[in-house]
Design a binder for this molecule. Structure first.
Ligand code: CDP
Length: 230
């Protein structure tokens, strides 16, 4: 029976790698909630929105449509902002530098969370982010909270971004991850924290296969539990 799986955790600790692999194995839909906040940030930057002004934010959100579409070539779901595929451009450090400020805004969270909840209505979904197990799907059947040592996270993100932009530095990435983790865990609305019933997964020394096996075992257990109870 289909369930909801949430994966929350610190920046660049491999949430999306695990979420994508898990969704593929289970035939579930994968939704990258962080991509929504990144897409909104892109819109705000492009349209010079003053996000300290609530009125301006509310007006801007009315002009934003966010959709996910499955790319059959890459076999991955990609995000569209007002009809434009922005999956690639939102990964830029320019966006990463502002996204946590934008994601801390109450109106922005309301906008994103309601869309995320709609996407989960039919279950059979893996969603990763910061507040998915606490706020978006507090009743999810399986919640995972991921972490990894900071040095490992910085190295992973550096490798990823260096492929696209050889000018990026380790120092910049480290500063960005630390800043985002601080803002994300200290904001007033839905701060990043482990849900009480989430299972911790530290993947500092795990391979991608190890972490997938661990999560698959948990997911299968929850599915069986659900069938037994039903
Ligand atoms: O991939 P990475 O872990 O670096 O970040 P992401 O998942 O793309 O999320 C980018 C940013 O969006 C985070 O640093 C948070 O500020 C925000 N975010 C959030 O507030 N709530 C979520 N559910 C997901 C992301």
């Amino acid at each position: 029976m289909a369930i909801i799986i949430t994966i929350d955790g610190w920046s660049a600790c491999g949430k999306s790698t695990l979420a994508k692999a898990l969704a593929k194995k289970l035939g579930y839909v994968y939704i990258d909630s962080g991509a929504m906040y990144r897409a909104i940030t892109l819109y705000f930057l492009r349209h010079h929105i003053d996000w300290t002004d609530t009125k301006e934010v509310k007006q801007a959100l009315k002009n934003i449509t966010i959709e996910f579409s499955f790319n059959t070539k890459t076999q991955e779901s990609e995000i569209y902002l007002n009809g434009e595929n922005v999956e690639y451009v939102i990964r830029d450090l320019v966006i990463a530098e502002k996204v946590s400020d934008v994601a801390a805004i109450k109106e922005v969270r309301k906008f994103a969370v309601s869309r995320q909840q709609k996407l989960g209505e039919e279950k059979g979904i893996v969603m990763d982010g910061r507040d998915i197990g606490t706020t978006v799907f507090p009743k999810a059947e399986l919640k995972i909270f991921m972490e990894a040592d900071e040095t490992v996270r910085v190295e992973r993100r550096f490798k990823e971004l260096f492929e696209k932009n050889p000018n990026v530095t380790i120092e910049e990435i480290k500063t960005n991850l630390e800043m985002r983790d601080y803002i994300d865990s200290h904001r007033e609305v839905s701060p990043l924290r482990k849900a009480e019933d989430a299972i911790e997964l530290d993947n500092t020394h795990l391979t991608e296969k190890d972490q997938l096996d661990f999560a698959l075992q948990l997911a299968t257990g929850k599915m069986v539990e659900k069938i037994t109870i039903a």
